[in-house]
Design a protein around this ligand. Sequence first.
Ligand code: NAD
Length: 319
Amino acid sequence: MVFSTQHLVRIAIVGAGRVGATCAYALLLHNLVSELVLISAHREHAEGEAMDLGHGMFFEHPARIWSGDYPDCSDADIIIIAAGAAQRPGESRMDLLKRNAAIFQEVVPQIVRYTRQAILLVVTNPVDVLTYFTWKIAGIPSGQVIGSGTVLDTARLRYMLGQYFHIEPRSVHAYVIGEHGDTQVVPWSLANIAGTRLAEYGKLNGGSLNERARIEIANNTRSAADEVIRRKGATYYAIAAGVSRVVEAITHDENSVLTVSSLVQGMYGLSNVSLSLPSIVNRTGIAEVLELPLTPSECDALQHSARTISAAIKLLDMS
Ligand code: NAD
C-alpha cells in the first residue's frame, strides 16, 4: 500500500456506536480520510451517523461518507473495529471478553473475505486480547493488526503529569505499557521532561514527584476510564483522538513511536501475547516493536501484565 497525495484513503469503521462514530468525526476533522464507510449491526443507526457526518462536511473537508457493508472493505486501507458491547459501570474489561469475542468471530472473517491488505485497527475491549484474537482469525501478518492499546493511557498519564508540573502533555515524555487495563505499567525510570528524569527534574525545577505522587498519578491513569464511565456512561472523545493519531501515523507514513498493542514474540521473555510497547508505526502498520531498558521491577510488572492477558487468551482457547 502506498499513501500519496494522489491516493484516496478509504477507511471502514465496523461498529458505529459512540466510539466508532466519534472516531469517524475525528478523522473528518483532521482531514485524514477521503472515503469513509460505516458498517454496523444496527444499519439504520449507521445510516443516521453517516448522514449527520455528511451534513457537517461543508465546515470540514470533502470526503465520501456512507453506511455500507463488508464488500466495501475490499478497497479499504484501514479498518477500524469498534464493534461490541461497552463496559458497564463497575465491569472490568476482561468481563467483556466473551461477549465481544463472539462478535469478533463474526466480524473478522467477513473483513478478510474482502481484503487481506488493509491494516486492522482494533479498539473494542479488552483490546489486547481482541488484537491477538483478530490476528489469529485473520491470518494476516501481525504488523497489520494493531490494537489501540495504551495509546489512550499514555495520553492520560502525560495529561496528569502535565497538570502536576504545569507543562503541556506533549512536552512530557512518559509511557504506559502492557495491558490496556488493570495491570498496565508505568516505567518511571524512563519518564522525563526536557531529557531530565522526573525525580531530577523536580529537584532542579520544583514540583518534585515523590513516591506517593507517582503512585497516585499511576492509579488515576489506570482508573480514568472507570471515573468517566461512572459519570457519563462511556468514554469516546479521547479514544477517538487517539485512534485518529494512529491513523495519521499510518497514512502519513510517519515512523512515529506510539504505545499500540501488537503481537510480542521473544522480547522480555514474552511470546504469543499482544500488549502495548512503544512501537514504530508507518504505512505498513507496526514496523517495529521497541525494546526498552526497563529496570528489573518494571520488567517483572510487564511480565505480570502479559500473564494476565495470556490467561484471557487461553480462556478463548486460541493460544
Ligand atoms: P456502543 O454500544 O455505543 O457501540 C457498539 C457498536 O457496535 C454498536 O453500533 C453496535 O451496533 C455495533 N455492533 C455490535 N455487534 C456488532 C456486530 N456483530 N457487527 C457489527 N457491529 C456490531 O459501544 P461504544 O461505547 O462505542 O464502545 C465500543 C467498544 O469500544 C467497547 O468494547 C468499549 O469498551 C471500547 N472502548 C475502547 C477504548 C480503548 O481505549 N480501546 C476506549 C473506549 C471504548
